[in-house]
Design a binder for this molecule. Structure first.
Ligand code: PMV
Length: 327
């Protein structure tokens, strides 16, 4: 049995968002979502299973995890232990090549890389679909990072989650001039995790039923735009879907607002630039950073203009990335 494996996976940004769980333990979503996997925002993870280890040990960027963070990882490793029929403990070493301190979500790339490395090291040869189901149980969005390019995570219907996995809609090389600009703001403490934010929204937002009623049509429109390689149509539905998700958060009790003044300034700037003929459509996740969908021809102008907005710390330019792979 192989006992060591290293894998890497890229982060992804949803253009149609996952917001709300129908099963919290299994990370089953209330709706399907669609994302772009980002080149250059990568997690690399090595897993060793060894009879000599007495407990799981996990480090992220050289720092050992403890308490609830470690418990979460051990629970995830239990899924792999159960599948492989082993009881060994693991040493997990994970590195992000992008600034974690900047508040960029690393759970998608992290759990996708961990799912592949841990299962492979345990002697399992999982199909991409099974890997996606496994990664999903660490973090919902990680189900999509198993795949490169554009991916769709299906809501599924069954209570056990066997039909809730991601699939590739378009490989990265099929639409290579798409770009995602990740605009990183000066770091501030995150008010509430996405997990807690979703739970609260589903429980208390009067707008949540409207989200559920309309997100399926957004997903259809995004898929159609993607297959037509119509960036404007894709950007338009993605921007509207992100704003709709934030509208559900704003109307929870107590209110959740992830935006900072710079977030709003960036939204206005993207609209201004668009009026001036520079195509860009923003999306925002459970944090203040702004991601902008555009194309190669306009990336430089857009990046320079957004970097100049007060409160912006840095901008990262990402191409469509590849799926999780062994190193
Ligand atoms: O997978 P999680 O638990 O990190 O949740 C991700 C939630 C959003 O980023 C806001 C939306 C998404 O689909 O990625």
């Amino acid at each position: 049995m192989i006992k060591t494996a290293t894998a890497q996976a890229c982060s992804n940004i949803a253009l149609i968002k996952y917001w709300g769980k129908r099963d919290a333990a299994l990370n089953l979503p209330t709706n399907g979502s669609l994302s772009l996997t980002l080149d250059g925002m990568t997690t690399q993870t090595t897993v060793h299973w060894d009879a000599g280890y007495e407990a799981d040990a996990v480090s992220l960027n050289g720092k050992a995890l403890a308490d609830s963070e470690l418990t979460k990882m051990s629970k995830f490793l239990d899924l792999v232990r159960n599948k492989a029929g082993i009881s060994l403990k693991a040493k997990v070493e994970s590195q992000n090549n992008f600034p974690t301190a900047a508040g960029l979500a690393s759970s998608a790339s992290g759990f996708a890389a961990l799912a592949l490395a841990a299962s492979q090291a345990a002697g399992l040869e999982l199909e991409p679909r099974e890997l996606s189901i496994l990664a999903r149980q660490g973090s919902g969005s990680a189900s999509r990072s198993i795949f490169g390019g554009f991916a769709e995570w299906k809501r599924g219907e069954t209570p056990d989650g066997t039909d809730s996995y991601a699939e590739q809609l378009m490989p990265p090389e099929a639409w290579p001039d798409v770009r995602m600009l990740v605009v990183v703001l000066e770091p501030r403490p995150k008010p509430i995790s996405s997990r807690a934010g979703m739970t609260q929204t589903v429980a208390t937002s009067p707008m949540y039923p409207a989200w559920l009623e309309t997100v399926g049509a957004d997903l259809d429109a995004a898929r159609k735009a993607l297959f037509a390689k119509d960036l404007e149509a894709l950007g338009t539905v993605a921007e509207a879907n992100a704003l709709k998700m934030h509208a559900t958060m704003l109307t929870t009790l107590p209110t959740i607002l992830y935006w900072q003044p710079t977030t709003v300034a960036l939204m206005h700037r993207v609209w201004e630039l668009r009026r001036d003929g520079i195509p860009g459509w923003f999306t925002i996740d459970a944090g203040p950073n702004v991601k902008v969908l555009t194309d190669e021809a306009h990336i430089e102008k857009l990046a320079n203009a957004l970097a100049a907005v007060e409160g912006v710390e840095r901008v990262l330019v990402c191409k469509p990335g590849s799926g999780a792979a062994l190193c």
